[in-house]
Design a protein around this ligand. Sequence first.
Ligand code: OAD
Length: 252
Amino acid sequence: MSEPLFDRAADLLRTSKHPIAFTGAGISAESGISTFRASEEGLWSKWSPEELATPWGFKNDRELVWGWYVWRLAKGMSALPNAGHDALAMLEQRWPNFAVITQNVDELHERAGSKRIAHLHGLASAFRCFSCAAPATFDVPLDAADNPQLRMPPPACLHCGDSIRPGVVWFGEGLPQDQWNQADDWAMQCDLMLVIGTSGIVQPAASLVDVARRNGAKIILIDPSVTSHATLADVHLREAAGVALPKLLQRL
Ligand code: OAD
């Protein structure tokens, strides 16, 4: 990987007054969490998003969908934040207005110490009723981390008796309005956006990079692949986040 590119990225970051990060599944890959669209290991190459990530899929087979999210939750809880998450938490110490807009539902950013986070796609552990939306609690069995084929009936809502669902945004559903408003504000206000580990395929999340660019922000892309955001990037560091981010921080 070309060192001058890291120097250029570090120059941009060093002179920035309001940097933020926009993250996707790739930042958690080095913590052992699968991304969605990798060719063989990606979640959506092994499972159907229609069956597992839509309200229709949940109505169709509640045990399948609940079991799959319990497996993913247990995997996330068993995983540790990696050097990429840690680096973003450190940037918040240097720039108190630093913020992370994430599409991830695994909570590894907060476990690394980041405080200013917008969760565009919800949080898997924010359980609520599928019908009446009442918040709910559930103790995730950690041994479920070894069982991707887990089937489990979802618990019943204490208020209306319908099923509890994971707190993620499914296809066909709106984003949480407060999280979206916060993310949109940050994207408009920032003068530099680190875009890390996202294919840029899922809207409206991906459009935040255009928002930042249109408002004059510099874009540093950190992703081993050439993604749909590559044409917007001032610098593209084609390395894993857990390698690239510490290298970048060393140069500040
Ligand atoms: P994708 O799986 O679409 O993209 C992951 C990106 O991470 C790819 O561009 C990879 O090249 C990159 N990548 C892989 N390993 C990496 C590493 N170690 N460091 C940096 N980058 C790496 O995941 P997302 O873009 O996050 O939505 O997917 C967006 C949304 O699609 C998800 O939030 C989810 C999914 O359907 C919902 O569940 C609503």
